[in-house]
Design a protein around this ligand. Structure first.
Ligand code: S3P
Length: 423
C-alpha cells in the first residue's frame, strides 16, 4: 500500500470498540448466568478468536448488525472442546483463557499463530501451577499449552511484571479456587477485569496495588457497552498532532485512568488535546479533540509504562517529529508483544532517516527533522503497521507499507477512516 504525505486531517470519527474490554465481555458473558448483550464490540480478528474458542466450548454467541449476544452457561457450564482452541494472534485470548481453563473439569489444548508461539507463557504457567493447576507447555514457556482437570486453591501472588493479562489469568482462575486469591502488581495495569467482575456481582477489592478476589457462587449477566479503544484513537491523536493544520475529534473514547498514559505524554510533548462530553458508567468515556502543535521531546519511564504500553510505537513516531530528545525506558515488555516492538520501531524509524538508538529497555529518539518516506516492514504486527502509516502522512515523500492487512487484528477499517479524514 502506498501512503502519500497529506494536507490537514479534519473531521469527526469514532474508533472501534476497546479490544481488552471486548475480550472480557465474551469471556465473562459466557461464564455468567443469563444473556449478555454487548454493544460496541470490536469485530477484529483477535476478538473473533475469543468468540471462536468459546463457541468450541459450547457457548452460543450470536453476532448481529449492532450487538453480540452471549448466552451464558454459568461458571460450571463450559463443555470439553473437541479440537485445539486456536487463539490466532491474540495474547489476551491465550493468557486469560488459560486462567479459565485451569479451573475446568476437562482437558483442553490452546495454540495460536507463529507470533503467539514465541510469546512467553511461563509467566502464567508458574502462578497457575502454584494454585494447583495441571498445565503443560512447550519447554514450560510456550504454546501449545494443555490444561488438565485439577483442584485449585487461592494464592497470594506478586507479579514480576505489570501485566493485566497475567493479573487477569490469575483472577479468572481464582473464580474456581478454594479461598481468596490476591494479586500484587508492581505498578497498576489496566483494570477492566476487576471492573467487569464488580459489575457482574463478584466480590473483588483493590487497595493500592493489591487486588483480592473472593470466589463467587455465580456471575449475573449484565449488558455491556464497549467504549472506543484509546489504543486505536492513539493513531489519530498522533496524526492530528503531527500533520500541520489538522483538527479532529474522536468520539466516545474509553479514558480509564489505567489506559490514558498516551494523553499525559502527548500533552507533556506540547500537544493540544481537549476532552468533552465526559461520562462515567462501568468505564469512563469522553470525546477527544486534537489540534496540530509543535512537539518537543520528553522522558517516558516508570509507572506510566503499563498505562501506555500498546501506544509506545506511535509515541515513538510523535517523538520523531518532536524537537529534541525523547527517552523511552522501562519498556522491556515491548520485546515480547506481537513483535519485538523496540527492534521493529528502531529499524523502521532508521529507514525513514530518523536519529534513533536502541537501548536495553527502550529507545532514544532525537527528533525534529522531518522523516523521509520509505518502504516499511510491519513484522505482521498491527500496531507497527498503523504507527508507520501515521508517520507516512507527515513524511517528506511517499511511503509503502507491506502487509497493510494486518490492521484487521484490532482495527479493520483503519485505512478507510484515515482516508475519510483526508489522509
Ligand atoms: C492487554 C494487556 C496488555 C496489552 C494487550 C492487552 C489486556 O498486555 O499489551 O494488548 O487486554 O489485558 P500486558 O498487560 O500483558 O502487558
Amino acid at each position: 500500500m502506498q501512503i502519500q504525505p497529506c494536507g490537514p486531517l479534519r473531521g469527526e470519527i469514532t474508533v472501534p470498540g476497546d479490544k481488552s474490554i471486548s475480550h472480557r465481555a465474551i469471556m465473562l458473558g459466557a461464564l455468567a448466568n443469563g444473556t449478555t448483550h454487548i454493544t460496541g464490540f470490536l469485530m477484529g480478528d483477535d476478538c473473533l478468536s475469543t468468540i471462536d474458542c468459546f463457541r468450541k466450548m459450547g457457548v452460543q454467541i450470536e453476532i448481529t448488525d449492532n450487538e453480540v449476544i452471549v448466552e451464558g452457561v454459568g461458571l460450571h457450564g463450559l463443555c470439553e472442546p473437541e479440537e485445539t482452541l486456536y487463539t490466532g494472534n491474540s495474547g489476551t485470548t491465550t493468557r486469560l483463557l488459560c486462567g479459565i481453563l485451569a479451573g475446568q473439569p476437562f482437558t483442553a489444548t490452546l495454540n495460536g499463530d507463529a507470533s503467539i508461539q514465541k510469546r512467553p507463557m511461563g509467566r502464567i504457567i508458574k502462578p497457575l501451577r502454584e494454585m494447583g493447576a495441571s498445565i503443560e507447555g512447550k519447554n514450560d514457556n510456550y504454546c501449545p499449552l494443555t490444561l488438565y482437570p485439577s483442584e485449585l486453591h487461592g494464592i497470594e501472588y506478586r507479579l514480576p511484571v505489570a501485566s493485566a493479562q497475567l493479573k487477569s489469568a490469575i483472577l479468572l482462575a481464582g473464580l474456581y479456587a478454594e479461598g481468596q486469591t490476591t494479586v500484587i502488581e508492581p505498578a497498576p495495569s489496566r483494570d477492566h477485569t476487576e471492573r467487569m467482575f464488580r459489575a457482574l456481582g463478584v466480590e473483588i477489592e483493590t487497595e493500592g496495588n493489591v487486588i483480592t478476589l473472593d470466589p463467587p457462587e455465580d456471575l449475573h449477566a449484565v449488558d455491556i457497552a464497549v467504549p472506543g479503544d484509546i489504543s486505536s484513537a492513539a493513531f489519530f491523536l498522533v496524526a492530528g498532532a503531527i500533520v500541520p493544520g489538522s483538527e479532529l475529534t474522536i468520539k466516545n473514547v474509553g479514558v480509564n485512568q489505567t489506559r490514558t498514559g498516551i494523553l499525559d505524554v502527548l500533552r507533556d510533548m506540547g500537544a493540544d488535546i481537549t476532552e468533552s462530553n465526559f461520562r462515567d458508567d462501568a468505564e469512563p468515556v469522553c470525546d477527544l479533540t486534537v489540534r496540530y502543535s509543535h512537539l518537543h521531546g520528553v522522558e517516558i519511564g516508570g509507572s506510566i509504562i503499563p498505562r501506555l504500553i500498546d501506544e509506545l510505537p506511535v509515541i515513538a513516531v510523535a517523538a520523531a517529529f518532536a524537537e529534541g530528545e525523547t527517552v523511552i525506558r522501562d519498556a522491556q515488555e515491548l520485546k515480547v508483544k506481537e513483535s519485538n516492538r523496540i527492534a521493529a520501531m528502531v529499524t523502521e524509524l532508521s529507514r525513514a532517516g530518523v536519529d534513533v538508538e536502541e537501548t536495553d529497555d527502550g529507545m532514544i529518539i532525537r527528533g525534529g527533522k522531518t522523516p523521509c518516506g520509505a518502504s516499511f516492514q510491519t513484522y505482521k504486527d498491527h500496531r507497527i503497521a498503523m504507527s508507520l502509516a501515521v508517520l507516512a502522512l507527515a513524511a517528506q515523500t511517499t511511503s509503502r507499507i507491506n502487509d497493510p492487512e494486518v490492521v484487521s487484528i484490532s482495527y479493520p477499517d483503519f485505512f478507510d477512516t484515515l482516508k475519510a479524514l483526508g489522509g
